[in-house]
Design a protein around this ligand. Structure first.
Ligand code: XMP
Length: 321
């Protein structure tokens, strides 16, 4: 890897913000740029840096891909509105579900999401806005894991030798590429983002599609979305690094209303970790697990079984896909 990491002990946040703001302004010159905001700490920090550097010459989009958590698009747009940053919500649900139709292989799923996002939706937005640059929140760990071949992070392009100019029609600017998550969080805080953004638990780029085993349809995403909401409510006070719900592909026999129901299974995962590189399943109180076991089948249509993952990373990974 030919990118130099800036470790947190060497990070001077104000100087970093000053330098990156200048750099962005100089690369974009008198042109315009776009960036896509997901509400994650990386894209949020990039959005703030871009607006500092370019003002009204950067246009920020939130791409509604149909695989976000409940209420997420509206919540993120309203947080940025309060910060004086206008965000345009783009409805691209159909394009994503079309690309995901029939795809069950994990890497192909990630590939379908990457291609839809960059080649289809963003390329169209960049073209129609006349921008030549896309700003983008790639961080050092994303590059490292992708280059190591562990998991293709959906936002890695140039490190995989993808010529974005040739393939998608725009150049990519990656102001956070030398930082790991802790550094990005420090920068995000200094840029005035609220705690719910700079301290947000991690959430994967491929969103809920990373938590649906087998085909990702809007119906199956809705199941995992509802289960995710319950898991997030119940485990918010757990202090864990990350917690999530996974929808399995296999179905099992259950009983509802005295009748046999051949239903879905949700796997709950909750991990203690500091860097996501290794992780240990959180020793949740059994009462908490029981509450999840009761609430999920009661509130999510068609679910008859809830399990808890007790395997460490490695060999497991935090996300299921
Ligand atoms: P895994 O599943 O590889 O996840 O153990 C490690 C951490 O990374 C997050 N994750 C992603 N983040 N784009 C992201 O921005 C992705 O494609 C992606 N996949 C996994 C995951 O939620 C965990 O925190």
């Amino acid at each position: 890897m030919d990118i130099r990491e800036i470790r947190v002990e060497d990070l001077n946040v104000d100087r970093f913000i000053g330098e990156k703001t200048k750099e962005i302004a100089s690369i974009v010159g008198s042109g315009t740029a776009v960036n896509a905001l997901s509400g994650g700490v990386d894209s949020s920090a990039v959005t703030m840096l871009a607006h500092r550097a370019l003002g009204t010459r950067v246009k920020t989009y939130f791409v509604e891909n149909g695989i976000m958590r409940e209420g997420e698009p509206q919540r993120v747009v309203s947080i940025f509105e309060k910060l004086g940053v206008p965000v345009e919500l783009v409805d691209a649900k159909e394009a994503f579900f079309r690309a995901l139709r029939g795809v069950t292989d994990p890497e192909l799923k990630r590939q379908a999401i990457t291609d839809t996002f960059y080649k289809d939706v963003l390329a169209r937005l960049v073209r129609s806005s006349g921008a030549r640059h896309l700003l983008h929140g790639t961080n050092y760990t994303d590059v490292e894991e992708t280059v190591a071949g562990i998991k293709r992070q959906h936002n890695i392009l140039e490190q995989l030798r993808i010529d974005t100019q040739k393939e998608y029609g725009y150049k990519v600017i990656e102001p956070l590429i030398e930082l790991r998550k802790t550094g990005v969080r420090m920068v995000a805080k200094a840029l005035g983002l609220p705690k719910e953004i700079y301290d947000r638990p991690p959430f994967p780029g491929p969103a809920l599609a990373a938590r649906v085993i087998g085909e990702v349809t809007s119906e199956r995403v809705e199941i995992v979305r509802k289960a995710t909401k319950i898991v997030e409510e119940e485990l918010a006070a757990s202090n864990a690094f990350q917690y999530l719900a996974v929808l399995h592909e296999d179905r099992v026999t259950g009983i509802r209303g005295g009748k046999r129901e051949f239903g879905s299974q949700i796997g709950v995962r909750c991990f203690d970790s500091t860097d996501a590189v290794t992780a240990t399943p959180t020793r949740l109180p059994f009462e908490t697990l029981e509450r999840l076991g009761q609430r999920i089948p009661a509130e999510v249509h068609g679910v008859v079984s809830v399990t808890y993952n007790v395997t460490r990373k490695p060999p497991t990974t935090i996300e299921a896909v």
